[in-house]
Write a protein that binds this ligand. Structure first.
Ligand SMILES: C[S@@+](CC[C@H](N)C(=O)[O-])C[C@H]1O[C@@H](n2cnc3c(N)ncnc32)[C@H](O)[C@@H]1O
Length: 386
């Protein structure tokens, strides 16, 4: 027996697969409820015994890591976090592989709504090709056959497990709603007729954004052909006409001034420092005068972090195949936007919108970090009109 689908191409789960997935959820919940608070207390205690350099508010990460490294709690925490992540991908992969033929068939039979353009000669940037990002076997770009949708299906199935359903449930569309909320809050006069999402993965944010601008032409790019085939079928089956293409956000084939709004969600922390600069410059080229760039990032900043937060960032960087995490959360994104030529460049915490923002509703930008799934860190700016 299989559970109902949240959308027509979402992989279904058998009884045993649900049990496997619920074990992952229970393990991740245990880490959050029991292990994180204990390690937070330990990191504060250890930090209190360490010297702090002049002008700094806490010991360096290296000192802190050395200070906790012999603690069984710290070692256990790393192992359990890593095991939960590996089990999550295994659970999603098992479920997708059982029904891959059926999913390929659903994709092939999807209505002819929107388009998808893949490129067999596409060169995946080395910062993505060199590692299985956040431990996802095969990462974003592996394409087992020239027609299948495997990586997209695995990502879609795992996303709700990863966030315990707190990023828009199985539609995983909270970040898309938050982009819309941010644009309305900061640039209420922006007329949105052409939109591009960079790093759109399975189009989860893009569907939310497109539904908010029903008259707009909406494009999404990513590096993975299998992701994009799945994204296209997913959107078409939801009745949303989106246009997907396999392209590097640093250098796309769209003409200058093609878009009113170019955005990304949770992409920058997976790219190198050099790539972030190139992506911002590409956004500037792609926008028409007066157009707006928005990048939404994890709600964590090195300058606001406490000792536990830094150990968590260190875990992502060293043990979860997110090698650029600490670099991205330490980068001055507003300054990088100004350097790329943007006006009104600003970065700060944006209140999250869990569902589509209604007119008259406000989602504050620039206030305090309200925590994971309540805030996102956002940088945005506008291309000069002349
Ligand atoms: C963590 S996922 C974010 C997915 C989606 N935007 C969301 O919020 O759920 C990051 C995505 O960015 C894509 N990406 C990273 N660097 C890229 C680049 N240079 N060009 C195109 N896509 C890129 C990855 O392939 C991946 O699909």
């Amino acid at each position: 027996m299989s559970a109902a689908r949240v959308h027509p191409i979402m992989p279904t789960s058998t009884h045993d697969e649900v049990a496997e997935q619920m074990f992952v959820v229970a393990l991740k919940s245990f880490i959050a409820a029991e292990m994180d608070p204990a390690l937070r207390r330990l990191s504060q205690e250890v930090a209190g015994t360490l010297p702090v350099a002049e002008g700094e508010s806490r010991p360096s990460l290296q000192q802190l890591r050395r200070g906790v490294s012999s603690s069984p709690l710290y070692r256990n925490w790393i192992s359990t976090m890593r095991a939960a992540q590996e089990l999550m991908w295994q659970a999603a992969g098992d479920c997708v592989d059982r029904q891959l033929d059926e999913l390929d068939h659903i994709a092939a039979a999807a209505p002819s709504v929107g388009t998808v353009r893949t490129n067999p000669d596409f060169v995946v940037p080395r910062y993505l090709a060199a590692t299985d990002t956040h431990m996802m076997p095969g990462s974003y770009h592996t394409d087992p056959t020239p027609t299948d949708v495997r990586q997209g299906a695995v990502f879609d199935k795992a996303a709700a497990l990863y966030s315990l359903g707190r990023q828009g449930g199985q539609m995983n569309d909270m970040r898309g709603h938050t982009i819309v909320a941010h644009v309305r809050e900061r640039f209420p006069d922006l007329e949105v007729r052409r939109v591009l999402e960079m790093g759109c993965t399975v189009g989860n944010s893009l569907v939310a954004v497109a539904r908010n601008y029903p008259a707009a032409e909406v494009q999404g790019i990513d590096v993975g052909a299998g992701l994009l085939r799945y994204a296209h079928a997913r959107a078409a089956l939801l009745g949303v006409p989106l246009h997907f293409s396999q392209q590097n956000a640093e250098e796309t084939d769209f003409a200058d001034g093609s878009f009113d709004l170019v955005y990304s969600t949770a992409v920058l922390h997976e790219t190198s420092a050099r790539a972030i600069k190139r992506i911002f410059s590409e956004c500037h080229r792609l926008l028409r005068p007066g157009g707006v760039m928005v990048h939404l990032e994890v709600p964590f900043r090195a300058e606001h972090a406490d000792n536990f937060d830094m150990l968590r960032a260190d875990y992502e960087t060293r043990y979860n195949n997110e090698p650029f995490w600490i670099g991205a959360v330490s980068a001055d994104l507003a300054e990088l936007a100004r350097t790329a030529g943007f006006e009104q460049a600003a970065a700060g915490y944006q209140d999250a919108a869990a569902v589509a923002p209604q007119s008259g509703q406000h989602f504050a930008f620039g206030g305090p970090n309200k925590g994971v799934y309540r805030s996102w860190y956002v940088v945005s700016g506008r291309k000069a009109v002349s």
